[in-house]
Write a protein that binds this ligand. Structure first.
Ligand code: UT7
Length: 332
């Protein structure tokens, strides 16, 4: 193939069965269903079983994506898992997924870019495809956030949920697939969204556990301000790279963190509500899993057809951000 693109040829997702509603949370922390809905838009979220780790959620989503693409595990050249909730510090969750699905011919590694992880992973997959190194890449965004949430902290525990989404990325017709991308980070803001202990900076000890430092800590207002600014900015910049205007977008799938952040991004972009896909009411913020799960659901309700322009945009811990424009390459 002389000129070719890199596109998504299969999508799948998995959500744990267990539902935790806002009323369930009212029994755990000092919060209310009204507050959570008004300030975030979230009504409920899914919680992984005790014996399910991120790679278990990932493997089911991956099986579904492979089926959707019509490929078998042995076909896969590379597995990329975007996650901030790995099974272990090491080995990588991608290697665990490889074991679960039997993708014996694949290389495998994780990508940690906070909630922007899936955008980073898709961009990495494109680079491997366009360079000719690999032809079939499994890209997963997967999180078991309920395992690192501080269930005593109302500032964070109401926001997050568990789930996994997966895509198969392969060479596609030139001019289709991922046509522009933009990634960014600002490491100076690392402290605003962090798990302080459990790494080499502050290894886990009796004290870190007692002080709750092995759980998510967040300065919500700082992240909110950053998110509102960067969603519009990054979207505009990637559209410019793609040589497209806002009105050319057929569907926007933003990171699903807070409906107020999404609404302000829509305003900045001057985009109508009908063009955005939102499912955060059902799942909360699933970090790197948010976008691929939403993509799978959007496809199931026929929101995309071949030739449509799809914009993905995310922000997250790091702080990081990223966006991708795709000309949808897949037939129904
Ligand atoms: O994927 C990236 C991850 N993070 C995010 O995207 C989060 C971005 N930030 C946000 O979405 C919002 O900042 C939050 C939803 C986290 C908070 O909403 P907010 O409108 O920024 O609230 P706030 O932090 O300004 O707090 C307002 C009040 C405070 O009380 P006082 O100080 O005014 O008395 C909080 O203590 O709301 C209180 N509050 C709550 N009340 C009931 C905070 N959390 C809760 C809660 N239930 N769960």
């Amino acid at each position: 193939m002389v000129g070719y693109g890199a596109g998504i040829t299969g999508v799948g997702s998995f959500l744990p069965k267990k539902v935790m509603t806002n009323s369930d949370l009212e029994k755990i922390v000092d919060t209310s269903n009204e507050w959570i809905i008004e300030r975030t838009g979230i009504k409920e979220r899914r919680i992984a079983e005790d014996d399910m780790a991120t790679s278990d959620l990932s493997a089911i989503a991956a099986q579904r994506a492979m089926e959707n693409a019509g490929i078998v595990p042995e076909d896969i050249d590379l597995i990329l898992v975007a996650t901030i909730t790995p099974d272990h510090l090491f080995p990588s969750t991608a290697c665990m997924v490889q074991k679960h699905i039997g993708a014996i011919n694949a290389a495998a590694f994780d990508i940690n870019a906070g909630c922007t992880g899936f955008i980073y992973a898709l961009t990495t997959a494109k680079a491997f495809i366009k360079s000719g190194i690999y032809r079939k890449i499994l890209v997963i965004g997967s999180e078991a956030l309920s395992k690192i949430v501080n269930w005593k902290d109302r500032n964070t525990c109401v926001l997050f949920g568990d789930g996994a989404g997966a895509c198969i990325v392969e060479p596609c017709e030139e001019g289709f697939g991922m046509i522009a991308e933009e990634l960014g980070s600002d490491g100076r803001k690392g402290d605003v969204l962090i798990v302080p202990a459990g790494g080499t900076r502050k290894p886990t000890s009796l004290e870190t556990v007692e002080e709750g430092l092995n759980f998510i800590e967040m300065d919500g207002r700082e992240v909110f301000k950053f998110a509102v600014r960067i969603m519009g900015k990054s979207s505009k910049s990637v559209l410019k790279k793609a040589n497209l205007k806002t009105e050319d977008i057929d569907l926007l799938i933003p990171h699903q963190a807070n409906i107020r952040i999404i609404d302000s991004a829509l305003k900045k972009l001057n985009l109508s509500k009908e063009k955005v896909f939102v499912n955060l009411d059902k799942y909360g913020n699933m970090s790197a899993a948010s976008i691929p799960v939403a993509l799978d659901e959007a496809l199931k309700v026929k929101k995309l057809k071949k030739g449509d322009n799809l914009l993905l945009v995310a922000f997250g811990a790091g702080l990081t951000w990223g966006s991708i424009v795709l000309k949808w390459n897949k037939e129904d």
